[in-house]
Write a protein that binds this ligand. Structure first.
Ligand code: F3S
Length: 426
């Protein structure tokens, strides 16, 4: 790998041992990928503060410097961790102190995370604590090189914002934070950003549910490909694209897609494919739509619903408002709980706008920082849950061993109020 003079200096220790370890990690990582060089980044999104048993053990052994050195720099030595060199934010993490008594999350992890936030915050990590940093102020510009983790955030960053990131890990984001560098490969290279598959929609996609179904269909077919989606589509908004990308990154490994006329690197179909031959289309029609819906709903047999989960990826203010409107004047079933996951900064807006009060008056909760999949935590005794998120319907049954129903926001709120699932595809 070719290194610039400033990169060589960092590797040789000019900025201290932690930065040297970070550069060593990036060189090893880049060489394993056959990257010829590094590129500059000033936008890192990682998961430094997320608690885990391994982190608890390392902190007990040698404090937070030890945990960061091993887990975020892949170093055997305990290094003094300096300030982050470039803007860095924390993605989702575990549940915090305000979820105690609601989410059954280990108290020792709540305490560990509080300490982690203090350690990371002192060094310049912005504790956004959400899988949707783009909803709360971290909006990279088109073409900007980023180092982000979290599949739903990565696909949004590449596709909707036109910024450039691979799906990084805890160690590479830690090293990028301290150096402002990341290997130049994959989605950073313009030639790797053109479409590989064409999806032609023949059954009109109009709703949040529809965008999730289409995303799940697309990811399953193209896996790590870069789909170009055309056809009978209503114009999507942030929330629709957030759901589409998260679903496609769950059933497959989509990190980038194009919708000609909507996403920034695809003004036209031709440009979406970079002038290359347009492949034969994969057709999404009424039969495909129904088949995806049935796949997501074949994980439920019991119709008694214990738990309703909204906000995956973390909810926008408008999604919280829509849930509040659907709950206005209603009360949750005595055996059913409702959690809406949101970024903390947006919960503040929901609080001030009166939406949280309506949700809580009905018996629901707006929770922040985390989600049941990340924290492996759902209301005690949950056997069956319902969600409007294709991603949670995909992952949570396996993570928590529970049954799932997938449907619209209205289906989910009805289930929360009646305690029974009655959703169907319309
Ligand atoms: Fe976010 Fe959790 Fe979903 S981290 S994308 S709410 S699985």
């Amino acid at each position: 790998m070719r290194l610039t003079d400033d990169e060589k200096a960092m590797l040789d220790g000019a900025e201290g041992p932690a930065v040297a370890a970070a550069m060593d990690l990036l060189v090893r990582y880049g060489e394993a990928l056959d990257a010829e060089r590094l590129c500059d980044t000033r936008n890192v999104a990682g998961t430094t503060t997320q608690p885990s048993p391994a982190k608890a053990r390392l902190v007990a052994e040698g404090g937070w410097n030890r945990a960061f050195s091993v887990l975020s720099l892949d170093s055997d030595e305990t290094l003094d961790i300096p300030d982050m060199k470039v803007p860095t934010c924390q993605l989702q993490q575990g549940f915090g102190p305000d979820s105690v008594g609601i989410a059954p999350y280990p108290r020792e992890f709540v305490e560990l995370q509080t300490q982690a936030e203090a350690f990371a915050g002192r060094r310049g990590v912005n504790i956004l604590a959400t899988c949707t940093p783009y909803q709360v102020g971290n909006l990279p510009v088109r073409g900007e090189h980023c180092a982000w983790m979290e599949s739903s955030a990565v696909v949004y960053c590449n596709s909707v914002l036109g910024a450039r990131t691979n799906c990084e890990g805890g160690a590479s984001t830690g090293a990028a934070s301290l150096t402002g560098k990341i290997p130049y490969w994959g989605n950073h290279c313009p030639e790797n950003r053109f479409g590989t598959h064409l999806v032609r929609v023949e059954e009109r996609v109009t709703s949040f549910l529809d965008w999730g179904l289409l995303g799940y269909f697309t990811g399953d077919l193209v896996q790590e490909g870069r789909p170009v989606v055309t056809g009978d589509l209503d114009r999507p908004d942030l929330v629709d694209l957030k759901h589409f990308g998260a679903a496609s990154a769950s059933s497959g490994g989509v990190e980038m897609y194009h919708i000609p006329g909507v996403t920034p690197e695809a003004p036209s179909l031709k440009e979406a494919f970079g002038g290359r031959r347009v492949p034969e289309p994969l057709v999404y029609g009424a039969a495909e739509r129904r088949a995806v819906y049935e796949t997501l709903n074949n994980q439920g047999t019991r119709t008694d619903v214990d738990f309703v989960l909204l906000g995956c990826p973390h909810a926008s203010v408008d999604q919280i408002r829509a849930a509040a409107r659907a709950l206005e004047g209603r009360r949750l079933h005595s055996g059913t709980q409702l959690w809406i996951m949101a970024p903390r900064a947006l919960k503040d807006v929901a609080d001030r706008s009166g939406y949280t009060a309506v949700i809580e008056a009905a018996g629901g909760r707006v929770l922040v920082d985390s989600c049941p999949a990340m924290s492996r935590s759902a209301p005690p005794g949950t056997r069956v849950f319902a969600t409007d998120s294709a991603k949670q319907a995909h992952y949570l049954p396996a993570i928590l061993g529970i049954e799932a129903w997938f449907g619209t926001l209205e289906d989910c709120i009805d289930a929360a109020v009646t305690g029974r699932w009655g959703g169907e595809l319309r």
